[in-house]
Design a protein around this ligand. Structure first.
Ligand code: HEC
Length: 286
């Protein structure tokens, strides 16, 4: 027993994927896949979303509808990609591939949540500024205090996914402060990220008054591999904080492909993750 744990952790060290592998990984062949489309959202920040003259969906949103409810169809997303890639919403230039699917699998046991993402990372980005990481993959979970609208009509994290953190004055938005990161006006998100650079540490962070890429208490571990352009990224994190059993937790995904940084990622809308509860995506009990 001792020996196998030792060799497992040595394997982790040799692969240098930032994980000690000291957990019981789920049998992924028994965990269903749910395809989630990620897309290039340009500069369509939460301010844009909530401005009725820009986005007629605002009316439904404040009545309680979700982004997914209006924009996800069986065949994929119903966005006008030409509009999203156009000068008005994307002044810097849009990536060649505006959207692609990420297969999401989730499982949990008494102490951990496991998330596995499988996707083909497209080339053809417009801002290959990350010199170290070809690809990064992130997942954010909202707590139940995330709301958007100060007019007394709250728009909840479960409806808007990560948009509550996405403001037009954040770095890499046109004309914005280079130091200002994602933030929320109310509530917080837990953030985990895998980076493809050799030996890169998994990010266990959060977004509240600013984005913090460390200091989380979820004990995030992440491993990933690239097999002929198909990435498989597996996260393990504790069930604690916003992410606990018996809950339906708002969750969103972001992939930085082709060395992208800042807002030049492909993002998902918001989905709920049911951990022993209802959800768009249901975690399989191990
Ligand atoms: C009640 C339905 C509804 C909801 C909820 C909704 N939208 Fe929309 N959205 C629309 C409609 C209709 C359009 C196209 C016309 C327009 O721009 O007003 C649109 C347009 C867009 C566009 C521009 C691309 C295009 O196809 O025109 C983006 C980006 C977008 N929505 C994102 C979001 C996001 C992100 C959310 C959640 C925070 C959201 N929407 C919620 C109905 C909705």
């Amino acid at each position: 027993m001792k020996k196998s744990i030792l060799s497992l952790s040595m394997m982790g060290a040799v692969l240098a994927l930032g994980s000690s592998a000291a957990f019981a990984a789920p049998d992924w062949s028994k965990v269903p896949k749910r395809d989630v489309q990620v897309f290039h959202a340009g500069t369509a920040s939460i301010e844009w979303i909530l401005k009725k003259s820009d986005h007629s969906g605002r009316t439904g949103l404040v009545k309680g509808e979700s982004c997914v409810g209006c924009h996800e169809e069986k065949s994929g997303l119903n966005f006008d990609m030409k509009k999203l890639a156009g000068k008005e919403l994307e002044p810097k230039g849009a990536p060649k591939t505006m959207n692609f699917p990420v297969a999401v699998q989730t499982a949990y046991d008494a102490s951990n949540l496991y998330v596995r993402l499988t996707f083909k990372a497209p080339a053809g980005g417009v801002d290959p500024a990350d010199k170290e990481n070809e690809v990064k993959a992130a997942v954010m979970f909202a707590d139940d205090k995330v709301t958007l609208d100060s007019s007394g009509k709250p728009v909840a994290g479960a409806q808007v996914g990560c948009w509550a953190t996405c403001h037009s004055d954040a770095r890499t938005m046109p004309g914005a402060d280079e130091k200002k990161t994602k933030y929320t006006k109310a509530g917080a998100y837990e953030l985990m990220q895998w980076k493809s650079a050799k030996g890169a540490k998994a990010v266990d962070g959060s977004v509240s008054d600013s984005r913090k890429m460390e200091g989380g208490t979820a004990g995030v571990q992440a491993t990933g591999e690239n097999k002929g352009g198909t990435y498989t990224v597996t996260f393990t994190r504790k069930l604690n904080g916003a992410v606990t059993a018996g809950k339906s937790v708002p969750m969103g995904i972001a992939i930085h492909a082709d060395k992208a940084t800042g807002r030049f990622h492909h993002v998902s809308m918001g989905y709920t993750l049911g951990i022993g509860a209802e959800g768009d995506i249901k975690a399989t009990k191990q």
